[in-house]
Design a protein around this ligand. Structure first.
Ligand code: SD4
Length: 334
């Protein structure tokens, strides 16, 4: 009997020791995911050159330990409100009917989402998207309904078509064969992703979309999973370029899922672009006519980007300052 008791005691102790060891191993593995370097935060990334100014506005909030959500909204409002930025918000190029229609979405650390598409007359679609997120039971409002909601919320109705954009559109009407063209050097959707000092992630994406698009056309930018995706456990990604191609692969969601599988932000962006490359070739379309760029950030504060063709860059602001980084790209010397 004593022997049996001894045996049971020893076995119980041994199982407890094994359980403890395995718990410690699991915890160590968990920790190892983040043990290389201390996480550099806060941090904010935004597409294109105008991301520099946008980052500065976001940084004002992040440096005071503000929330990433507030930072990304404040950040993208800079190009939205600037009439000289002709592909976002006020001043954006119109559709082929001469109407400025805006797309935007926002996502926070709790996976709250809000979006507006084909919204006219409102300078800051990102703030309307945030209100859709915070004040409605829905996640997306479009066209007339989005405008109606914005006006109810107190947004001002304004003419967004500026002289320059109108001139360009009239010129385009004369010469273009009615096929909307994505300007490869000048794809200027702003997508911004940030991690605040609490380590929480949020993102925002806003655009006037492809210049001279068909009226009613919606790109990737207001579509959660395409133009933007945030998973507070893993990371965040956003896209710029030909929305049709980004939507085809659910681009930003794909980048985040690739990071979940262990890829670095850089490799995840590259893998997503390679998916576009493959599908374009399979569909016998010309890759040289396409530009798509992704930027991504993971929970370790690592970031990366990749695009189809050269010329895409992104602005990065962390505790070492604000700078512009050229994205690596697929179509070299072709
Ligand atoms: C869209 N992704 O509407 C946007 C376009 C873009 O510069 O990035 N334009 O498809």
């Amino acid at each position: 009997m004593a022997n049996r008791r001894e045996f049971l005691k020893t076995t119980a102790l041994a199982s407890a020791a094994i359980a403890l060891q395995s718990f410690q191993q699991n915890s160590a593995e968990e920790d190892n995911r983040f043990d290389d370097k201390p996480i550099k935060k806060p941090i904010v990334l935004a597409t294109w050159q105008f991301g520099m100014q946008a980052n500065q506005a976001a940084w004002e909030i992040l440096k005071k330990n503000g929330r990433a959500l507030d930072a990304v909204e404040a950040g993208v409002k800079i190009p939205e409100g600037d009439p000289s930025e002709r592909s976002v918000g006020y001043g954006g190029r119109p559709d082929r009917e001469g109407r400025v229609t805006l797309d935007a979405c926002i996502m926070d650390e709790f996976s709250n989402i809000g979006s507006v598409a084909c919204l006219e007359y409102i300078k800051h679609p990102i703030s309307v998207a945030r209100m859709v997120m915070e004040k409605t039971p829905h996640v997306m409002l479009v066209g007339e309904g989005a405008l109606q909601f914005a006006l109810q919320q107190g947004f001002k109705k304004e003419i967004l078509l500026v002289e320059e954009s109108e001139k360009e559109w009239k010129e385009w009407l004369k010469t273009n064969k009615y096929s909307p063209k994505a300007n490869i050097e000048n794809h200027d959707t702003i997508g911004m992703i940030a991690m605040d000092s609490d380590g929480n992630l949020s993102g925002a994406c806003t655009t006037s979309g492809m210049a001279f698009k068909m009226h009613g056309r919606v790109g990737d930018s207001p579509i959660i999973g395409a133009g933007l995706y945030v998973d507070n456990e893993i990371g965040a990604a956003t896209a710029t370029g030909h929305g049709e191609e980004v939507i085809r692969i659910s681009g930003s969601h794909l980048v985040v899922e690739l990071m979940r599988q262990g890829l670095s932000p850089q490799k995840a962006c590259k893998e997503a672009v390679m998916r576009i490359v493959k599908l374009t070739k399979n569909r016998n379309k010309e890759l040289k006519d396409i530009q798509v760029g992704f930027i991504a950030l993971n929970k370790k504060g690592e970031h990366g980007s990749y695009c189809v063709q050269g010329g895409f860059n992104y602005a990065l602001h962390d505790t070492s300052g604000n700078r512009l980084i050229d994205a690596d790209y697929y179509l070299k010397d072709e």
